[in-house]
Design a protein around this ligand. Structure first.
Ligand SMILES: [Mg+2]
Length: 379
C-alpha cells in the first residue's frame, strides 16, 4: 500500500455566538472560541479537528496558545511523516513539546478524521467499535439565579428535551454555593436530580460539612469540589461514602488517572478528550478507571459538532461510561460551522456513523465566524 503522509496543516480561529451567557466559576462568556485545524494527507483526504477549552482558567491553554504552538512547533515535527503511524506521531509530539494536551488532541482528532475517511469507516471503528450508539446527555443549568435554573430544568423535563442536570458553582462562597445547590435540588424534586460542579473552588472543611445534606438531597455527584492538586482531600470526601465524588480537573493524563486510582481518591472520572491529549489517551484513562472499579462520565470542553462528534466516537466505545455525558455544546451554541450537526433528541445524543468523524464543514459558515481581527481573551 502506498505510504500516506501528512502534506499540510492549517489552523484558523473561529468565534461562534452562544444562545445565552454562561456563568463559570471564574468568568461569564457570550461566545465560544475554537481552533479549526485541517490536515491534508498525500492521498487527497483532509481531516478536520477542533481545539477548544472551557476557558484559559481551566488548564492554562487557549485557542490562541494552541494556534501558536501548533503552527510553530507541532506542525513542523509531523509534516511529511507517515499519517498512519498515529501513536508514534503522538509520542514524537510528547517528546518534543511538553504539556499542551488540548493542542495535541486537536491534531490527533484531525488525523483520526483523515484516516477514517481514507479507510471509509467511522472513527469509532478505528477505536475498537461501539459499546452504545447513543449517550444520555446531562444539561448544565447556568442561568444565574436559582429560580431561573429550577424553571429551566422543569421546562426541559416537561418538553422531553433533557432529564438530568448539572449545576456550575464556584462564583460565590462555598457555603452559598452549597445552599443554592440544595435550593435547586429541592425545587426540582420529583422532576429530576442534579450533579454539582464547583470547578475546584471549595475548601475541604466546607465540602465535608455539606456531604450529609447532599446525601439527603440525593445529589447525583459532587464533581471536582476541591483544587485539582488536592488529591488527599478528594480521598477524604470519597471515604465519607455520602455522594459519589468525581474528578475532572484532577484527572487529565494517564499518570493522573493511576495516581487517583491508587489513592482511591474518587468514584468517577470525568473524561475530556482535549485534557487527556486525544481520543486514544481518553480511552487509556477509561481503561485505568475500569481496572480500578471507577466509573466514567463523558465530560465536555463545550465543543461544537466537530469536537462533540470526536467525543462521541471515543465515549461510545468505552464500556464503563456509567454516568452518561454532558455533550450539550452543540445545543448551547447559537450556530454551527458544519452542514450536519450531531443529533440530540429526547436527552440522547447519537454517535455519527459516516466515515471519519462523520461531520462536513460548511465553508460559508466557517468564513462567517472566522476571527477577522486579533482579539484575545474572553468575549
Ligand atoms: Mg467539570
Amino acid at each position: 500500500m502506498e505510504k500516506i503522509t501528512i502534506k499540510q496543516i492549517t489552523t484558523e480561529l473561529i468565534d461562534i455566538p452562544i444562545k445565552r451567557p454562561h456563568q463559570f466559576s471564574a468568568v461569564k462568556v457570550s461566545s465560544k472560541s475554537f481552533l479549526l485545524l485541517r490536515i491534508e494527507l498525500s492521498n487527497g483526504y483532509t481531516g478536520i479537528g477542533e481545539g477548544t477549552t472551557p476557558g484559559i482558567f481551566w488548564n492554562g491553554e487557549s485557542v490562541e496558545t494552541m494556534k501558536v504552538v501548533i503552527d510553530n512547533y507541532m506542525a513542523p515535527l509531523i509534516i511529511g511523516e507517515d499519517a498512519v503511524k498515529l501513536e508514534s506521531l503522538l509520542q514524537t509530539l510528547n517528546r518534543q513539546v511538553r504539556g499542551n494536551h488540548f493542542a495535541k488532541a486537536t491534531i490527533e482528532m484531525a488525523l483520526f478524521d483523515g484516516l477514517g475517511k481514507t479507510y471509509d469507516v467511522p472513527v469509532h471503528q478505528l477505536l475498537g467499535g461501539l459499546c452504545r450508539d447513543r449517550l444520555n446527555v446531562r444539561w448544565a443549568l447556568a442561568s444565574g439565579t436559582p429560580e431561573g435554573d429550577i424553571n429551566e430544568a422543569k421546562e426541559a423535563v416537561q418538553s422531553g428535551k433533557y432529564d438530568v442536570f448539572k449545576i456550575k458553582s464556584g462564583k460565590e462562597s462555598a457555603r452559598k454555593d452549597a445552599e443554592r445547590s440544595l435550593l435547586i435540588a429541592g425545587g426540582i424534586k420529583g422532576y429530576s436530580t442534579i450533579g454539582i460542579d464547583p470547578n475546584g473552588s471549595w475548601d475541604r472543611l466546607t465540602a465535608m460539612s455539606w456531604m450529609d445534606a447532599f446525601f439527603e438531597a440525593r445529589i447525583d455527584f459532587l464533581e471536582q469540589p476541591l483544587a485539582p492538586y488536592d488529591i488527599e482531600g478528594l480521598a477524604k470526601l470519597t471515604a465519607m461514602k455520602k455522594v459519589p465524588v468525581m474528578a475532572d480537573e484532577s484527572v487529565a493524563t494517564i499518570h493522573d488517572a493511576i495516581r487517583l486510582a491508587k489513592e482511591q481518591a474518587v468514584h468517577i472520572f470525568s473524561l475530556k478528550i482535549h485534557k487527556a491529549g486525544g481520543l486514544k489517551n481518553t480511552i487509556k484513562v477509561a481503561g485505568i478507571a475500569e481496572a480500578a472499579g471507577i466509573s466514567c462520565f463523558g465530560g465536555t470542553s463545550l465543543e461544537s459538532s466537530i469536537g462533540t462528534a470526536a467525543c462521541l466516537h471515543a465515549y461510545g466505545s468505552i464500556p464503563n461510561l456509567d454516568y452518561g455525558c454532558e455533550l450539550f455544546g452543540p445545543d448551547w451554541l447559537a450556530d454551527e460551522i458544519v452542514r450536519d450537526p450531531v443529533v440530540c433528541k429526547e436527552g440522547q445524543i447519537y454517535v455519527p456513523d459516516k466515515p471519519g468523524l462523520g461531520i462536513e464543514l460548511d465553508e460559508q459558515k466557517v468564513q462567517l465566524y472566522a476571527r477577522k481581527e486579533k482579539v484575545g481573551g474572553v468575549h
